[in-house]
Design a protein around this ligand. Structure first.
Ligand code: NAP
Length: 344
């Protein structure tokens, strides 16, 4: 992957004269519609009847239309409804109504790679996947910086995908050429192995280990959860080696021994297995069964997390310390809050 860096033209000529329809006004839909509009793009938000997004978009001074009309009038259609709705929207609205040769933009490759979405043959399939949740994409744009994005055109005009990413502000960070498959599989793997699977599970197990050994939940919470932010920020700024260079000598020595003991060959074999499950489509099949059955296991798992001792410790300490969860929500009142791409 390689590509452009540090551009600050927000309306490339590739987009001039083109109308963009953003379908959905949730986390990504709101952020992308506002960024596109502020970059000078002709943008309209397409929503179904009765959508709460209509009032929200109006309050933001963004034009709205019924979804069918918005799609029919657009040169570029950004599908920013949840991935699980893409198949239906493409089948019932986009395929019957989109202009010949229009471009369909996806913010995540899942529904094309695994979700059974079948756009009309003449439609371009563009990927513009910002590496940020919607409120962050908007916040960075407003600040004068931007979020990184992965782009692809399969098939389609890659320069149009790049121009769309530039108008989102992503050219101020980095725009990387990728593919639908690469973006989807690395995203799923990252969220399972590290971000939402591995790391929180290690936080929980480590917290329980300390509390079961008689340490206070408060002390365990600081050591196993709160300080994750400090280490994550150091890794982002300086890399893994740079983080290790900056920690104490005891932390360095302990990290070396414990890291090798915890993530040895059995864990690496498990990581390869997770990746194979994703690549083969078996993960997507299991997910689809769970989703269509009402996400029973997922909801039960979430309930056990809510009831875990670490959550009680978190709520008490977060309140005492005035942690920024409430402040972040207040900054973008009408936006959703999903972690990585997709429905995670
Ligand atoms: P979201 O917030 O859940 O989207 C909600 C919006 O979609 C609402 O305006 C909703 O309208 C509309 N919608 C839902 N079902 C619809 C349907 N059947 N027909 C028409 N409109 C419908 O979605 P999101 O989290 O932003 O995700 C959008 C896309 O961005 C996904 O492909 C996702 O993978 C990707 N992505 C998301 C994030 C993120 O920050 N969440 C990050 C990277 C990539 P109603 O009011 O009518 O329900």
């Amino acid at each position: 992957m390689s590509d452009s860096h540090g551009e600050d033209i927000l309306l490339p000529s590739t987009l001039s004269g083109k109308r963009i329809c953003v379908v959905g006004y949730g986390s990504q839909g709101r952020a992308q519609a506002l960024n596109l509009r502020d970059s000078g793009v002709d943008v309209v938000v397409g929503l179904r009847a009765g959508s709460a997004g209509v009032a929200e978009a109006r309050a933001d001074d963004v034009a709205t239309q019924p979804i069918g009309e918005a799609v029919a009038g657009a040169d570029v259609i950004a599908l920013l409804a949840p991935d699980s709705a893409h198949e239906e929207i493409v089948r019932d609205v986009v395929n019957p109504r989109a202009k010949r040769g229009a471009a369909l933009v996806f913010a995540h490759g899942y529904s094309i790679t695994f979700g059974g979405v079948a756009p009309r043959e003449d439609l371009q399939r563009l990927l513009v996947a910002p590496k940020a949740i919607g409120p962050e994409l908007r916040r960075l744009y407003v600040e004068g910086s931007g979020a990184a994005a992965l782009i692809a055109a399969e098939p389609g005009d890659i320069e149009l995908a790049r121009a769309y990413a530039v108008a989102l502000g992503c050219g101020r960070a980095v725009i990387l050429a990728s593919s639908f498959r690469e973006e989807t599989e690395t995203d799923l793997f990252g969220e399972q192995a590290v971000l939402c699977g591995g790391m929180p599970a290690l936080v929980l197990a480590s917290f329980e280990t300390l509390v079961e050994a008689g340490y206070s939940p408060e002390a365990a919470w600081f050591e196993c959860l709160f300080e994750v932010r400090l280490i994550a920020e150091m890794m982002i700024q300086h890399g893994v080696a740079g983080m290790v260079e900056r920690i104490s000598d005891t932390a360095k020595f302990g990290a070396m021994e414990a890291g090798e003991a915890l993530v040895g060959e059995p864990t690496k074999a498990k990581l390869r297995e997770l990746l194979q499950e994703i690549q083969s489509g078996r993960f997507a099949e299991r997910y689809e069964r769970e989703r269509s059955g009402g996400s029973v296991r997922t909801r039960a798992w979430l309930q056990t997390l809510r009831e875990a001792r670490i959550q009680a410790a978190h709520e008490a300490l977060a309140k005492t310390m005035g942690l920024p969860a409430a402040a972040a929500a207040a900054a973008e009142p009408s936006s959703g809050e999903s972690a990585t791409s997709g429905e995670s």
